[in-house]
Design a protein around this ligand. Structure first.
Ligand code: SF4
Length: 404
């Protein structure tokens, strides 16, 4: 366990939006449903390897989260896992774990060199099956967790905070304890990517922050009592009890979680060419050069559709960026913090309540996602009075994390 906070070196790879489940809140729900979407089919192994090689050699990443869709159904997954392990890129699979209900496949992942699994537990029993659309799915997932435990393969849990799952948090804590999960992440149900224009979210399936707080506080206490690392993402910092502010990650804190993604390589892998099965790859670009190219309108054609100017790059001062680029003094932490703010303010359009202006955490807190604000408003904001805090790691530096 360590309290050291350094910029993450974890990259992310999307193999293609092909999946064996249909979670209603999936960020890629359209791409998964549409077989003709350019991001739907899995890319070939050679392309996946080229992306991983760039993550390791250009961006200096040392871990990678491999996603599909569902990466366990990627035909050459064992070979890809082995390749990543061989080049010093520890492979994690973000998975629904349905395939892992077969223990012999778990053994194959172990032999291939998988580092760990990040399993999406979006509910238990009927709630899970309703969320993911697979009758019998929960039982398979439970079997998978016990398989991993039996074989000693490390795993962590992701739990998206929909309205129904909030009432199961105590049981999910018990599951984490019984199966030996190393980490549990609670993630706000936010409308990223395909969810943005869906209007799927409403007060029937999104819990209010007030409702979340009542259940989450006890869950964090119990998990920490058992030594299970607990992280909460994308919720306003004032929703946390004071003792839990170290567990809350807004965009500005993400870069200091070793299990979150490096904004630099993420900005490259999120582009269409790196997410589709076409043979082309964009040239890997450092985050600042990327900004400048975008701002100068150098044409990227169709590849500019996802995660580029429209998402992150509006209202950037080119001169300011050039100065930063050529300044020896500029700290990487500052650049990552700036990118975090772009993601929160421009991409997700987070909002503050009037009371936030008097809050001592306003410089390190994202506030309320604008979609949440449109459903519930922002009146749950509760200003934290005191000296103004301007260090994103102010609270999280007190959280112990597992060092690998
Ligand atoms: S800035 Fe606003 S949302 Fe964030 S902690 Fe303060 S009051 Fe809460």
């Amino acid at each position: 366990m360590s309290r050291e906070k350094a910029l993450t070196k974890r990259g992310v790879l999307w193999l293609g939006q092909t999946c064996n489940l249909r979670c209603f809140f999936c960020y890629f729900v359209d791409k998964i449903a549409d077989k003709h979407h350019p991001e739907h089919p899995f890319m070939d192994l050679e392309k996946a390897k080229r992306i991983c090689r760039a993550l390791r050699t250009v961006y200096g990443n040392t871990s990678v989260d491999i996603q599909g869709g569902e990466p366990t159904i990627y035909p050459q997954i064992f070979e890809l896992v082995g390749y990543c392990a061989s080049i010093g890129l520890k492979p994690t699979l973000i998975t629904n774990a349905i395939v892992l209900s077969n223990i012999s496949l778990c053994e194959q992942f172990l032999c291939a060199g998988v580092h760990d699994f990040l399993v999406s537990v979006h509910g238990l029993g009927d709630v899970y099956e309703k969320v993911v659309g697979l009758p019998g799915g929960s039982e398979k997932q439970m079997r998978a967790l016990y398989n991993l435990q039996t074989l000693g393969i490390p795993f962590r849990l992701n739990c998206t905070l929909t309205k129904e799952v909030v009432h199961e948090l105590e049981d999910i804590v018990t599951l984490a304890k019984e199966t030996g999960a190393r980490v549990v992440n609670f993630i706000a149900f936010n409308p990223f990517a395909d969810q943005q224009d869906k209007n799927v979210r409403n007060s029937e399936n999104v819990p209010s922050y007030h409702t979340i707080k009542a259940k989450l506080t006890s869950a964090i206490d119990q998990l920490e009592w058992c030594g299970i690392e607990t992280n909460v993402r994308y919720l306003p910092l004032c929703i946390a009890e004071e003792r839990h502010r170290k567990n809350f990650y807004n965009f500005q804190q993400l870069s200091y979680d070793p299990r979150e993604w490096d904004f630099n390589s993420w900005t490259w892998t999120t582009r269409l060419n790196q997410r589709s099965s076409t043979p082309e790859l964009d040239e890997p670009i450092p985050i600042l050069l990327y900004d400048i190219y975008e701002y100068n309108d150098i044409a990227f054609g169709d590849t500019a559709r996802h995660g580029t100017k429209a998402h992150y790059m509006r209202e950037i001062d080119v001169r300011e960026h050039l100065l930063k680029l050529f300044s020896a003094d500029i700290s990487k932490d500052l650049l990552y913090r700036q990118n975090a703010r772009l993601r929160a303010e421009k991409h997700c359009k987070y909002e503050y309540n009037q009371t936030c202006h008097t809050c001592s955490l306003r410089l390190i807190c994202d506030g309320f996602h604008n979609d949440y604000a449109s459903i519930f408003g922002t009146s749950e904001a509760c200003a934290i009075l005191g000296e103004l805090i301007d260090d994103p790691t102010y609270f999280i530096q007190h959280q112990e994390k597992i060092v690998e």
